[in-house]
Structure formats: C-alpha cells, structure tokens
Design a protein around this ligand. Sequence first.
Ligand SMILES: *Cc1c(COP(=O)(O)O)cnc(C)c1O
Length: 387
Amino acid sequence: MNTFELDQTYIAGTYKRFPVEIVSGKGSLVTDVDGKEYIDMGSGIAVTSFGIADDIWVAAVEKQIRSVQHMSNLYYTAPCARLAQALCKKTGMAKVFFSNSGAEANECAIKAARKWASEHKGPGCSTIVTLENSFHGRTLTTLSATGQEHYHELYQPLTPGFASFPAGDMEALKRLCADGTVAAVLIECVQGEGGVVPLDPAFVKALSAFLKEQDILLMVDEVQTGNGRSGKMYAYMNYGLQPDVVSTAKGLAGGLPMGATLLGEKVKDVFSFGDHGSTFGGNPVAASAALSVVERLTDGFLSDVTRKSELIRSLLEGAPGIESVSGLGLMLGLKTEKPAGEVVAACMANGVLCLTAKDKVRLLPALNIPDELLRKAAEIIREACRP
Ligand SMILES: *Cc1c(COP(=O)(O)O)cnc(C)c1O
C-alpha cells in the first residue's frame, strides 16, 4: 500500500486532507513525493514560524536532543526555565505553565480562571464567556468554550459553565455578567478558524475597561495569532491590552508540540503543587526550539513581518476576483468571488499551498518567507482568483 492507501485504511477519518504527500522542504519551499515543488503559504497552520528545517531551529533542536530529550517535570531543566523568562520579559506577564497544544493551553487558562475566581469572588463565580464565531480547541472543555454550535452537536453533554456573545455587543456581555457569576472572558484578537476576522479596536477597548471595572479576568487566546504572526510578539499588543492570561501554541516552538499559558500579576500564584500538570509539558527539546524562535522575534524582525504583510496585501488587494483582505501581519484572509476551495485547488495545481478558514482563503506563510517567494505566490494566487 502507498501512503494514501495506508492512511485511508489505518487512520481515523477526521481529516479531509489535500491530495498531496510532502516528503521534504527547506524554508518556505516544500517538495511532494513526485518531486513537485510548492511555496508553502500555510506553515502547517501557523506552526513552522521560520519555515521547514530552518538551520538555526534545527541546530537548537539537535543540540538539546543529543543531550537530554526528556526528564519530566519532576526535575529542573534549563530550556523551559529560560523560555519562561524570555516570554515574561517580552510580555510583562509573570509566570508560565507549559503544555503541548493550543487546546491544553486554553484548558490551563480556564482552570486558572476558575480557581482564581472561586478563591477571590466565591465558588459560584465560574462562568467563562467567549465570543460567537470563536475557536478554542477540540477537547470537550475547549469545544464548550468554542462559540460555534456546529462543533458541539455530536458531543453532548459539554462541560457546563460557558456562555458566548457576539463580538461588539457590549450590552449582551453586560447582561451575561449581571449576576456576578462570570470569572473570565476569553477572546481571540483575530478570529482565525472563524474566517480571519479581527476584532474592532473600539470594542476591545470597551471590553477591557469593563472587565477591569468588574474584576473579571481578560484572557487572550494567542494560539494562532501569537509569536510574531501579527507583526507584534502577541496580537493583543496591537490593541494596547494587558491581559490577565494569555494562551499560545502553534508557532511557539516552530514545529514541535508546545503550548504555554502566561499568567499575569493577578493570577500568577493561582496554582500550587498538584493543581495542574503535564508529563510532556515544557519538554526540553520543544522548549529549546521555542527559545530559538522567541529569541529571533526582535523588534526589527517583527517590523519586517509587518513590511512583508504590507507587501503581500498590496499585491492582492483590489485584484480581480478578490473582494477583500482581512487580518493582521502574516495572518490574512481573502474573500474571493470564486469558492475558497476552488481557489486553493487552483493554487495547489500551480505550486502554492494555501489554507481556507470558513469561506475565505487563508494565508499563514513563514514569518521569514523571502520577498521573492511572497511575490511569486501572490502572482499565482491572483491568477487563481481571477474570475
Ligand atoms: C488551533 C487553535 C487552537 C487549538 O490548538 P491545538 O494545538 O490544535 O489544540 C485553539 N485556539 C486557537 C485560536 C487556534 O487557532
């Protein structure tokens, strides 16, 4: 059996894969089993921050994997300690819990909020409010947090204690908070899976002020938007926020599984021994990879992400068949006249890998994609969108 047949036979049918088998790559170029080359405009869903097999990243992983690959959280290891320091220095957050995925980073955020609120506001204060059209993960609890009904249907009963409201509707939020049972509000600054929809800055400002006044935690899901993707270290920085909790994953370790939950001053000491844990969380190889990623996200590098964002936007905005371009930094959504799936298939045929999000074409290239590849990809995408 070839890979396709093995996959169809032995892998649970949860993924509708594109009909391509990738065997190798370098930077923003990948090669399939037939030797065809593609420009990678998806980065494994915003994961390979510096592209495939980047030299600095490989060196960081290799060095650690040859010394100690895993010890568990029963012992001290330097990479996760140094990574936690780097994340706190870059954000002003106070402490970090490491896990292995976005869903786990959000689970930790939710547990932190519930424990903090029960201790500070009483045991009845436990509701986590999220936005409609949000996405927070696939575990039962993060599904419950996800404000999209169609993800919920098959998995009743869900975890109780979640509610959602439409972005922008402060009155709806105030009604949810009226009885004093809301512990935290969890938002994505740009709704990724929801169709690359950035939140309105005026709404975010009003939300943040209201939560501060009510002593309700503001938690930001930076799983997709984080780690330089938006042109800032975290997307909330584009909105002038100082959240109480930040969750992140995807691009953090540049291609190895790692999640992190950053705890601000208010909640930094919420967890004590035994309150939460993870066998693999903070694994030294993943942490070394992440440290190498985070150290490269300097102000100069991030302003280059913004410049690349402006470059590709200028090449796509107003092109025939492209109705609008949304997003921040190198997280962009194209509303196209043709169905998004059709555009992605045409791009693939012509050597560009793109994603979709809802009804949009979604672009998440490596943060260091060379300008000439960005231009070449934009040309192929423009052709694919042309009516
Ligand atoms: C991808 C994503 C998640 C889930 O991350 P996993 O690593 O797949 O568990 C959660 N929140 C957001 C905003 C995401 O984009």
